[in-house]
Design a binder for this molecule. Structure first.
Ligand SMILES: Cc1cc2nc3c(=O)[nH]c(=O)nc-3n(C[C@H](O)[C@H](O)[C@H](O)COP(=O)(O)O)c2cc1C
Length: 260
């Protein structure tokens, strides 16, 4: 089967998943089109892909699951026996049911999964965990994943016989929304609105960026990273407690799991 175009469908609030996707794509060596769902869209776009497309789906792990916001976008994307690969990135704790969940959703929408990977990275909430990962060695493993996918696409006449198994359990882990809603330091905020414009959940008011809807906020940390005034943050006490807890359950030297 000739593959014409690579479709990159991803969610990456703080940019790590995007880095992993781009490195994989570079080694897939196909013309690519990106669908980045890290910026809030009130209307979820409907996308239809063909048998001659190859789709790379990618997201960070939130509480051992695929972020619910990303699954909402996936609901509107359909394939026609379209080959696909899956990537999850996670902050050196665990990815539990995330790959299984992503595989189940995309396969129910007409995609055929021919490869999957879970890559340990820097933790986007507590950045001392897995700090600066993916590092040079990680990038090599990610590149090799892209090369292997490319080989598989070129070699196989049909993908029907391929049956990828990924870890995970059903029912999936219950995700209780994270309690790390960032607050605004009014003395620093210049109301420039950058945080509101980039928020993937549309949780920050465009009219008054000092206001955050904690029910909509997914605690992705994007507003903290984008704010040039350092006006957005989670309370230092909360962060210290989170760091203490996470340090007990995360391993900075976790290695990638590849399923081919
Ligand atoms: C709300 C939230 C929940 C997270 N849950 C997990 C988790 O269950 N396991 C884990 O190892 N890392 C977890 N992480 C860390 C991210 O999965 C990881 O840092 C990811 O690479 C961030 O991707 P991004 O830079 O593309 O946003 C979580 C991060 C956030 C913000």
């Amino acid at each position: 089967m000739k593959t014409n175009e690579l479709k990159l469908v991803y969610f990456s609030p703080t940019g790590t998943t995007r880095r992993v996707v781009m490195e994989t794509a570079r080694h897939l060596g196909l013309k690519s089109v990106s669908f980045d769902f890290s910026v809030y869209k009130t209307k979820k776009p409907m996308l239809k892909f063909n048998e001659t497309d190859f789709t790379l789906f990618a997201a960070p792990v939130y509480g051992g699951r695929v972020p619910a916001l990303f699954t909402e976008y996936l609901e509107n994307i359909t394939g026609r026996n379209t080959p696909a690969a899956l990537i999850v990135t996670y902050g050196c704790r665990d990815y539990e049911d995330a790959l299984l969940e992503m595989k189940t959703v995309v396969e129910s929408h007409g995609f055929k999964v021919i490869g999957a990977a879970a890559f340990p990275t820097e933790h986007s909430i507590v950045r001392t965990i897995g700090a600066r990962r993916p590092n040079k060695e990680d990038m090599k493993v990610i590149a090799d994943f892209g090369v292997e996918l490319n080989r598989r696409i070129k070699k196989e006449a049909s993908f029907d016989q391929i049956d990828i198994h990924v870890p995970g359990n059903t029912p999936y882990r219950k995700y209780s929304s994270s309690s790390f809603t960032p607050k605004t330091d009014a003395s620093r905020c210049t109301e420039c609105g950058s945080c509101a414009r980039v928020c993937p959940a549309g949780a920050i008011s465009l009219k008054d960026p000092k206001k955050t809807d904690s029910k909509k906020c997914i605690s992705c940390m994007k507003c903290i990273r984008i704010c040039k005034q350092y006006a957005r943050n989670v309370s230092p006490l909360k962060m210290r407690i989170a760091e203490g807890k996470l340090k007990k359950v995360c391993q900075n030297d976790r290695q990638a799991d590849i399923f081919l």
